[in-house]
Design a protein around this ligand. Structure first.
Ligand code: XIL
Length: 374
């Protein structure tokens, strides 16, 4: 009898262990982090048009938020004045509804990937402040109204402030001064009062940059113009920034009364050209074999360091989960990551969580475990 009880309990234990192991295996990023923050991914045209089922399965199973990588940028969505091209963005938003995602629009006002008509009159001269305001308003109202209630948050303004705390000398700034930012937020709020509104930038852990962004946030708030979050792009390298620099930024933005979104996270495993930092898309470097050392795969020791760097960031995000609304990776798989072409074109990078065959890398399990053991 004793023997039977012992073997029965052994069987029960084995079954419950294997159920547990299965449960653990079936945990996904979005389920592991469901009580902490949204986990998102940027989608390119391939996912938007569901061209690769494996990649779309990763999106569906692992993430609960999506953002448009390119199709909502002004040069794509309004290539000529008054001529809107909505096909790709419509598909993107429809996919968000189908997958029940927290869908993010990126981006309304940005100096880059912008058609030159925005600032020029028919003689090629700069337009007046009044005309530029009208164009911004029409651009924002048309897009935001179309996706009202479906796009839950907008990167209203992207990359307007430099690392030294000065304003970027973009045409928006040249023609309208600092005021172009409050105007963009006001127009977006008018078009969809329920959408969350964000200011998004890279290298936003530089102390002077933090100061100016906070001043801008406070200015908006004091004038009754809503801003809900600061987006920290987080295209980060292995070497920097430090966790202390990042933590300082998160704490400072939060104390200005906004949520933090980690909006474009990717960690390049490749060497950084001297002097390069951040993600200004115009700053590119000539190809050189030394910059592309791992064409046949990441060596184990490099991959482990890279995993540790991701783990450090997620530990920090978990520590500050009360301040963080969303952590979004800039892409789904390594094969379509922009890091293969930025800042040096034609490299083989390994910046994301899913490999070139859409398989989860070991880092995924580690990141899931962090949420489980917090
Ligand atoms: C990048 C896209 O990933 C690329 O496909 C495109 O060629 C250039 O732009 N900061 C941003 C993003 O806010 O929109 C940029 O996306 C990366 C840097």
């Amino acid at each position: 009898m004793k023997q039977v009880i012992i073997s029965l309990s052994f069987v029960a234990l084995t079954i419950s262990n294997s159920i547990f192991a299965q449960q653990e295996k079936s945990l996904t990023l979005k389920s592991a982090y469901k009580d902490d923050f949204f986990i998102g991914a940027a989608l390119g045209l391939s996912e938007i048009y569901e061209a690769d089922q494996k990649s779309n399965d990763v999106v569906k199973n692992q993430f609960n938020s999506i953002v448009a990588e390119n199709c909502m940028k002004s040069m794509h969505i309004q290539p000529r004045e008054g001529e809107f091209f909505f096909d790709d963005a419509d598909r993107f938003v429809a996919l968000g509804e189908k997958y029940k995602m927290f869908t993010i629009g990126h981006t309304l006002i940005w100096h880059s990937q912008l058609s030159s008509w925005f600032f020029t009159d028919k003689n090629g001269k700069d337009v007046s402040a009044e005309v530029l305001k009208q164009r911004m308003k029409n651009h924002i109202h048309t897009i935001v109204t179309r996706y009202k209630g479906k796009v839950k948050g907008w990167d209203v303004v992207n990359e307007a402030i430099m690392e030294d705390g000065s304003y970027r000398k973009s045409k928006f700034y040249e023609i309208l001064g600092e005021e172009f930012i409050p105007l963009a937020f006001k127009y977006t709020q008018e078009a969809d009062p329920d959408a969350e509104l964000y200011y998004n930038d890279y290298n936003e852990w530089y102390p002077k940059k933090i100061e100016t962004i906070i001043k801008m946030v406070k200015n908006l708030k004091s004038r009754g113009i809503r801003i809900d979050g600061v987006g920290m792009q987080a295209h980060v390298a292995m070497e920097g920034p430090t966790m202390a620099e990042y933590e300082n930024a998160i704490e400072k933005y939060a104390s200005a009364g906004v949520k933090i979104n980690i909006t474009e996270l990717d960690i390049s495993a490749l060497p950084v050209p001297k002097g390069q930092s951040g993600a200004n898309v115009a700053d590119t470097y000539a190809y050189n074999k030394e910059f592309n050392p791992y064409v046949n795969g990441l060596p184990k020791d490099v991959e482990e360091k890279w995993e540790d760097r991701y783990a450090d960031f997620f530990r920090l995000f978990l520590k500050h989960k009360d301040k963080i609304r969303r952590v979004t990776l800039w892409g789904v798989t390594d094969s379509q990551s922009w890091k293969n072409d930025y800042p040096v074109k034609g490299r083989t990078d390994y910046a994301l969580f899913f490999d070139r065959k859409c398989n989860a890398k070991p880092v995924v399990e580690k990141i899931i475990k962090l949420a489980e053991t917090k």
